[in-house]
Structure formats: C-alpha cells, structure tokens
Design a protein around this ligand. Structure first.
Ligand SMILES: NC(=O)c1ccc[n+]([C@@H]2O[C@H](COP(=O)([O-])OP(=O)(O)OC[C@H]3O[C@@H](n4cnc5c(N)ncnc54)[C@H](OP(=O)(O)O)[C@@H]3O)[C@@H](O)[C@H]2O)c1
Length: 327
C-alpha cells in the first residue's frame, strides 16, 4: 500500500463530526483526468473532497472512490465527502432525487456534508445570452421548504450534515429562524483579497464553520474582469513566501487555515496538489498574519452574473445588511 498520510488537522462541525481542514476542490477538474487525481490525492494524504452535481464529474469521482476503497487504500469512514444541490434541483419535487443521483454517481451510501449550492433556483437553461426568465430569485418561503426537505434526509441518515453555500448573512438568518437543524457550514468565496471578516464573525457566533472556496483566487475561472487582482501575484504574499521557503499558494492557504476556516483548493497537477497539502506545515508569524490581513481589498471575484438578472449586485449579496452589521 502506498503512502497513507491522513491529515492530522481537523475542525469539528456542529454535528460533532470531524472535518479535515484542507479539502481538494473538484470544480473544473475534467472528467477524463479527475479519477487518477483523486487516487493520487488520497495517496498523498487528502481525505476531504469538495464535489457538486454542477461540476459534472461526480460519476468519474465515484468510480475512483470505489476502486480506492476496494484496493484497501483507505476506508469510506476515513473520507469526508461533500456534494451540493444544484440550482436546477432546488425544487421540492426534485431534491430527494438529486440527493439519490449524487449518491449513486459518487457510489456512496451517505454524504458527510451536503450544501445548497446557491440561494437561487433555475427553472431551465437560459434560452439565449440575454434571457433572464429562467432564474427564480431567492424567496424566503421556498427556501424554507427546501431546507425542511434536507432536514428530513439528514434525519434519515443519508446526509450526515447539511449546510449552505453563497448565502449572505441575511439569508442565513432566515434559515436559522425557520430550522430545526442548524446549517453546519457556509461555503463562500474567501481569499486574501476577500477576507470576509464580518461573515466569519457571524458564523463563529452561530457555531457554523466557514469553508473558504477559491483560496488561490481561482485563476482558472471563466468570469474574469480586466481589473480583477491576482491573488498569487500579491507582493506581500510573495515576500512572506520567500521567508518561509514556500510558494505563494502555500502562504495563501496557511493564512486562511490559521483562522480556523476549512480551505478548499483545487489542483489536478500532482506537484501543486502535494505542495498545497504541505501548507498544513507552515507556521505564519503574528507579523506575517498582520501583513496579509492588511492586503484585503474586500474584492469579490465571483459576481454570479448568471444568477442575478433581477436585482442589483448589492442586493444579490445583501451587502447593505452586512455593512450595517460591521458598523
Ligand atoms: N460553492 C461554490 O459556489 C464554489 C465556487 C467556486 C469554487 N468552489 C470549490 O472550491 C474549490 C477551489 O476553488 P477554485 O477551483 O475556484 O479555485 P482555487 O483553488 O483558488 O484555484 C484553483 C486554480 O489554481 C491552480 N493552482 C492550484 N494550485 C496551485 C499552485 N500551488 N500554484 C499555482 N496555481 C495553482 C489550479 O490549476 P491546476 O489544477 O492546473 O493546478 C486551478 O487553476 C473548487 O474546486 C470547488 O470545489 C465552490
């Protein structure tokens, strides 16, 4: 059996379950490459994988899990596997089937964590580039109904924890005031240029973990704007990386880990994937931490244009509400 180096560092969800603090992202990992990547990642020590129906690679990932477990490389209970409910399936009559489809694709009996991917739902694919009628904007009442369905599946045991993704504090407040099962996490964009201090403080106060997506600034994302800053080129991060004999990516990950966040970084490259894992061994100094905190630009790279035709950018993320909380 090849190297088995399970991640030592874990946090605890409000369900009591342990979650490895660094997970491998799988968005934009091509179906034809992701299988060997999962095997390699497990050999290197990854135990936490962030999947989603929308990523269109769950069947290949599931085949990899099955063969890895059959080969005795690790046991199912050693892995922490997340998936997400697509906005196309965020309808009461579709949720149960969507959970079953993901379980079947991933070849699992249960998921460790299942998230509502976005707080909006999509009725059908857009008819053309200007079509906006396919999106159904967030409404508190239908989201409450969806959450109750997930609570019931959680109580049956197919989902060991349930949570949210891309939810603003305002929308989380709606869920919390209507729920019998508290969300375990909110998975949000989080990197040195979008540090989300208000969100983190709020989540801590509710015993909900923050999962940081795009910790490297998602250089592969399609929705880029010329003015977007490049996380991995930040001069402060580069200087600190040199002092630790580390890469900028390792420093970006280590910075988020230090705040007790669960970090999800994606790589299909064996060298980068291993080097990202080694961020766990980096100890930033207080000064490093302060210097990186100071580079925050409150700059959101994911504007979710595809989901917000009905509203202003600010309303989509409820930024006015968060600004009031920070005062
Ligand atoms: N809930 C949501 O709505 C949501 C949204 C976005 C992302 N996510 C999750 O979070 C995960 C991570 O976010 P992300 O994929 O957007 O971006 P990311 O992890 O910030 O960046 C991934 C990109 O960086 C490259 N990379 C990886 N390691 C590197 C290194 N050490 N040095 C330089 N480049 C490196 C990768 O290329 P290679 O693969 O070629 O190494 C890939 O292009 C996703 O995969 C997904 O699981 C969730």
């Amino acid at each position: 059996m090849k190297c088995l180096r399970p991640l030592a560092r874990r946090l605890t969800l409000n369900t009591g379950a342990a979650i490895p603090t660094l997970g491998l992202g799988t968005w934009q990992s091509e179906p034809q490459v992701i299988g060997p990547v999962i095997r390699h990642a497990i050999e290197e020590g990854y135990r936490h994988f962030d999947c989603a129906a929308m990523y269109k690679n769950e069947a290949e990932i599931g085949r990899a899990y099955k063969s890895i477990i059959n080969d005795g490389l690790c046991r199912r209970e050693d892995l922490f596997i997340t998936s997400k409910l697509s906005p196309y399936d965020l309808f009461p009559d579709k949720i149960n089937d969507a959970v079953n489809k993901t379980l079947s694709d991933l070849k699992l009996d249960y998921l460790d964590l299942y998230l509502i991917h976005w707080p909006h739902r999509i009725k059908y694919p857009p008819l053309n580039t200007t079509d906006t009628s396919h999106v159904e904007p967030y409404k508190e009442n239908w989201m409450k109904d969806a959450w109750i369905i997930l609570e019931n599946i959680f109580k049956e045991g197919r989902l060991k924890a349930i949570g949210l993704s891309n939810f603003s504090i305002k929308k989380m407040e709606h869920i919390l005031s209507n729920s019998t099962v508290k969300p375990a996490v909110n998975q949000v964009e989080n990197h040195i240029y979008f540090q989300q201090a208000v969100m983190k403080k709020y989540l801590d106060s509710k015993e909900i973990l923050m999962q940081s997506y795009s910790p490297l600034g998602s250089p592969q994302r399609s929705s880029t704007a010329a003015e977007d800053p490049t996380v991995l080129s930040d001069p402060v991060v580069k200087r600190i990386a040199d002092t630790h004999n580390a890469t900028p990516a390792q420093i970006c990950i280590a910075f988020l880990l230090r705040d007790n966040k669960v970090v999800l970084a994606k790589s299909v490259n064996p060298i980068r994937l291993k080097s990202n894992l080694n961020s766990l061994d980096i100890q930033l100094t207080e000064q490093d931490y302060k210097d990186i905190t100071a580079v925050d630009k409150n700059y959101r790279l994911f504007r979710a244009r595809f989901l917000r035709p009905y509203s202003t950018y600010k309303n989509f993320w409820d930024e006015d509400f968060e600004a009031e909380l920070s005062n």
